[in-house]
Design a protein around this ligand. Structure first.
Ligand code: GLA
Length: 416
């Protein structure tokens, strides 16, 4: 048995480790440093500062574009955007991670740039406003900086879209609510990044609330904020740093396969609006209509995951965290076997976590392939979790995983 002293030492190490993770490693800049960087880039002061967070999804994966529920929360990681007017009748874009400034005249704001330029994320949002009839009257200089770990599946692109949608909501005086900002971000992703994503990431980045998860019905966009401040339990994010990122091709394939399943089901249920509408029992009755075997297992996942999400939120509200954890594990298994979006890296992190006492649940989060897992871990088990899962992962994959204690934070807002 570990002595009190040892546990205290571990607690301190854990605190240090998460401080390192949450601050230094991801290099949290102060707004004043960002303002200095803006001045250096453009030779004048920033006039406005906005922030939008990344997200982690607790359960409800690949359900959003099927009209189901999701249960994400906004993180303290995110993207800042600083802006000031210019008198050039252009929009100028600069990321602190890139050397150049990209300048676009007003007549080039509705066409994506070639070669997957990062500018397409903010540009796609500005384009949505122009499409809706808002006319740019003045040019703006923009500087963005984000600390969402890149490629981690924690929605760095949604954060960039939503922060832009929010800034331009003010610039154009559009008066949109946060749900509309999320929709603008999603359309930018569809039209300028060519990923046919659902609404979850942008919605979480827009509507997040400190210490709450968002129980969102992706069909109606009705949502409820559910407290997730859990006594003695932390939400831990584990980053695979896997080279296999979810590419838009694999994601769009999944979206298309669900469509095939839906169309085949409509041969026996013509009014079926989306896969999420079916209970598991109803699905089992009619699933014979799906002749495409890949589409069948994709639909199996979606229908099961929709039910698991509803059940998980009900369990959480009742205080039955163990049941929530069991559903997280079932979610991962279905994403591994039916949706086939996990792979060695995510499976190793999740499966190693399941073996540790004090881990309530663990699953992949986000689109899949690479990226992160999300786990609910009892405080006293966190040091062992990080050590054992980290060691086993390194041994199996040759990669060092990273662990972050999630800080559940507010959605998009104007900082100043
Ligand atoms: C990505 C997409 C989301 C959602 C998840 C899977 O993060 O952007 O819309 O589909 O994958 O749940």
């Amino acid at each position: 048995m570990r002595g009190v002293k040892e546990t205290r030492r571990e607690d301190k190490t854990l605190k240090r480790r998460s401080e390192k993770i949450n601050n230094k490693k991801y290099n949290i800049m102060e707004v004043k440093e960002l303002k200095q960087a803006f001045k250096e880039a453009y030779g004048k002061a920033a006039e406005m500062v906005y922030f939008a967070p990344g997200r982690v999804n607790l359960i409800g994966e690949h359900t959003d574009y099927n009209g189901g529920h999701v249960f994400p929360c906004a993180l303290s990681f995110g993207t800042y955007m600083l802006l000031a007017k210019n008198d050039r009748r252009t929009m100028r874009f600069k990321s602190l991670n890139m050397p150049e400034i990209i300048e676009l005249p007003f007549n080039m704001l509705t066409t994506p740039l070639p070669n997957n330029s990062w500018v397409n994320y903010p540009l796609g949002c500005i384009a949505q406003y122009i499409k809706r009839g808002f006319v740019p009257k003045e040019g703006y200089d923009m500087l963005v900086w984000g600390n969402v770990p890149a490629g981690a599946g924690l929605s760095s692109s949604a954060a960039l879209e939503v922060v832009t949608a929010c800034a331009y909501n003010d610039i154009f005086g559009a008066g949109y609510d946060k749900t509309e900002l999320a929709k603008i971000g999603q359309l930018s992703e569809h039209e300028f990044a060519l990923v046919n994503c659902g609404i979850m990431d942008q919605f979480a980045s827009a509507q997040g609330k400190k210490d709450h998860a968002i129980y969102l019905n992706c069909d109606t966009l009705d949502f409820e904020l559910v407290p997730v401040k859990l006594e003695g339990i932390k939400v831990v994010i584990s980053n695979t740093h896997s080279p296999h990122k979810l590419d838009s091709g694999a994601y769009n394939d999944r979206v298309a396969q669900c469509k095939v399943a839906l169309e085949q089901l409509r041969t026996v249920r013509p009014n079926l609006k989306n896969l999420a509408e079916l209970s598991e029992a109803e699905f089992n009755e009619i699933k014979g209509a799906i002749t495409d075997q890949v589409a069948l297992i994709r639909a199996e996942h979606v229908v099961g995951e929709c039910q698991r999400t509803i059940d998980a939120v009900a369990a959480l509200k009742k205080g039955d965290i163990e049941e929530f954890g069991r559903l997280m594990i079932a979610s991962h298994i279905s994403l591994r076997d039916n949706y086939q979006v996990t792979g060695l890296h995510l499976d190793t992190l999740a499966e190693e976590a399941w073996m540790i006492d004090g881990v309530i649940g663990s699953r992949m989060t986000g689109g899949g392939f690479g990226g992160c897992t999300v786990s609910l871990v009892r405080d006293e088990a966190i040091p062992e979790f990080i050590e054992k899962v980290g060691d086993a992962y390194l041994e199996k994959t040759g990669i060092k995983a990273d662990f972050y204690i999630a800080e559940i934070s507010d959605g998009v807002h104007k900082v100043e």
